[in-house]
Unconditional design. Structure first.
Length: 340
């Protein structure tokens, strides 16, 4: 039987095979040198650099240095905002411009906004946004779900599942320095002002050269390289690739809210993360305790996915879906439409 990965995808045709290989290489190791990338892909380092420059300058992809909220003592909240259709776009744009939102989706025919909000602490009281939203005119309802565990996401994206690289190429590109697993009771990492400045710069350009970062922060290049390695090993810093919607996104996207028996939550989450249709999956608080962002070519294939793959998840009690109409903000800092 034909599987999802056998079906021709509009998004996979947006880049050439060579560009898709480069994009997957950067998703695996965002700060790999062009020599390392070239050796793994079997091209010259000049070719790798030229392809990257073209993709970046055209706004197709950018590498971001992002931070893990938990390792910084912060919390992530999946927030659903139901509002009147005439206000959804303007409210969504306002949310996208905020620095405490990570991504913003306009859903359900323009009547709902889904976003990931980051709070400076562990509770809702630490978020001015979550205190203000319920009092915003034309907002009908707000629900917030604390993000408990990520099953698929962070430094992983659909290209890790769909990309053309072989197992040997993936192994060659995988960073030798990886984050150390941190127990749940590990205290947050202490950051100073220079660390925060460095992280802010990497959030806009994860491949910025050490010399450029040193000039901007007042640190030496060797200190910059050392702190990047230390922050990565500690789990504070990770590298992700943000893609233009035409690169990976399919014609039909949806948010999937599942109620899973708690005894099966870990198993169901791991199974969901392995589905090729899933771009992001996490456990959250609330009755619908498992969330996923799903991307498929057509509504019919989404129906098939629901009735076959989702229906087979262990401990499934209830399913709710909201079609994604438009992504107003991705993982990185907000860039207005048309910004390269």
């Amino acid at each position: 039987m034909m599987t999802y990965l056998d079906i021709p995808h509009r998004a996979d045709r947006a880049l050439s095979d060579e560009d898709m290989a480069l994009a997957q290489a950067l998703q695996i190791n965002g700060r790999a040198s062009f020599r390392e990338i070239a050796d793994a892909l079997g091209v010259s380092d000049q070719t790798a650099a030229r392809r990257w420059s073209r993709l970046r300058s055209s706004g197709r992809i950018r590498v971001l240095g992002l931070t893990d909220p938990r390792r910084m003592g912060d919390s992530g909240w999946l927030v659903r905002v139901r509002c009147t259709p005439d206000a959804a776009s303007s409210i969504g744009e306002a949310l996208a411009r905020r620095t405490d939102t990570t991504w913003v989706h306009l859903s359900s025919g323009g009547t709902e906004i889904n976003c990931l909000v980051r709070t400076r602490g562990l509770g809702l009281d630490d978020s001015p946004l979550l205190q203000k939203l319920p009092r915003t005119p034309q907002v009908v309802d707000v629900s917030a779900h604390c993000l408990l565990h990520i099953f698929f996401g962070r430094d992983l994206s659909p290209i890790n599942k769909r990309g053309p690289l072989t197992a040997a190429q993936i192994e060659a590109l995988t960073p030798r320095v990886t984050p150390e697993p941190a127990p749940d009771d590990t205290p947050p990492v202490t950051l100073d002002d220079s660390d925060r400045h460095l992280l802010d710069l990497l959030a806009r350009d994860g491949r910025a050269a050490a010399g450029e970062l040193a000039a901007a922060t007042g640190l030496s290049p060797s200190t910059v390289r050392r702190r990047i390695a230390e922050l990565t090993v500690s789990g504070v810093l990770y590298f992700d690739v943000e893609y233009h919607p035409d690169v990976l996104r399919e014609n039909f996207g949806a948010s999937l809210w599942l109620e899973i028996d708690p005894a099966h939550l870990a198993t169901a989450g791991a199974a969901l993360a392995a589905h090729p249709e899933v771009a992001f999956a996490c456990a959250v608080t609330g009755t619908t305790n498992l969330y996923a962002s799903v991307d498929v070519p057509t509504a019919h294939l989404f129906y098939r996915y629901l009735t076959e793959s989702v229906a087979a998840l262990p401990g499934l009690r209830h399913t709710a879906t909201t079609p994604i109409q438009r992504t107003m903000k991705g993982a990185g800092p907000y860039l207005p439409a048309g910004t390269p």
